[in-house]
Ligand binder design. Structure first.
Ligand code: HEM
Length: 199
């Protein structure tokens, strides 16, 4: 996959965004093509996808260095909310996936960027779950907005990321982490939804 180099004049979060634009378009397109909100059976698959993604990054939210870099990070993981959503709908909760190991903290920043950013676009997904009769307390809690609102929360997260004194090599590692995260999500999506497409 050919990649344009990140523009070093951009702030870190803007570099992350610019460097993963096509990856985002890919997951956005493939999530919608899988019609995750067309039936409870599809939504279960979507929850399993979210469980796999939030499962492998869960420990990053409790990582010491990352919490020093991004104060309040340990209040943001969404794995338990995904599990509560499965439980509320009487769906089986999968085993937690093996967490990512031996990731440099700066690479982990890219995974966290991907995860926290996904909550911004989740406004649209949350509306779709409401059409299925789900709510922020029943079945769709992990897609609900942060209590401070999605926009404010995201701007604070971006400000924290941009304030980090990262070298350009560290920023490059962060961008690579974000691309890994999107690639992981895309692959998990293909694996989990493929049986529906083949059916
Ligand atoms: C159908 C699925 C999706 C839709 C419709 C969607 C839509 C959006 C939208 C509209 C925004 C911009 C919101 C704003 O600027 O106010 C956004 C941001 C973002 N989304 Fe998604 N998204 C989807 C899935 C995902 C997934 C699965 C991930 C990650 C695995 C993801 C990661 C991100 C990130 C990181 C951002 C922040 C971009 C930035 O400003 O730096 N999105 N999404």
């Amino acid at each position: 996959m050919a990649k344009e180099p990140a523009d070093p004049s951009l702030a870190f979060a803007a570099q992350l965004k610019a460097s993963t634009r096509s990856e985002h378009e890919g997951v956005d397109h493939h999530v919608m093509a899988a019609e995750p909100f067309s039936s409870l059976r599809h939504y279960e698959k979507f929850l399993r996808l979210q469980h796999r993604f939030h499962g492998i990054i869960h420990e990053l939210y409790h990582h010491d260095t990352l919490n020093q870099w991004l104060p309040g990070l340990n209040e943001l993981p969404r794995l338990e909310k995904v599990e509560a959503d499965l439980d509320a709908l009487d769906l089986a909760i999968p085993a937690r996936p093996t967490p990512l190991k031996d990731l440099h903290p700066e690479t982990a920043l890219g995974w966290l960027y991907c995860s926290e950013g996904s909550n911004l676009g989740a406004a649209f997904l949350f509306k779709e779950t409401q059409k299925m009769g789900l709510t922020e307390t029943h079945g769709a809690s992990h897609l609900a907005a942060h209590p401070e609102g999605r926009g404010l929360h995201w701007r604070q997260f971006v400000a924290q990321m941009n304030a980090l004194p990262l070298s350009s090599a560290q920023q490059t590692a962060g961008i690579s982490g974000a691309r890994q995260a999107f690639a992981f999500y895309r692959q998990a999506l293909n694996e989990i939804f493929q049986p529906i497409e083949a059916a």
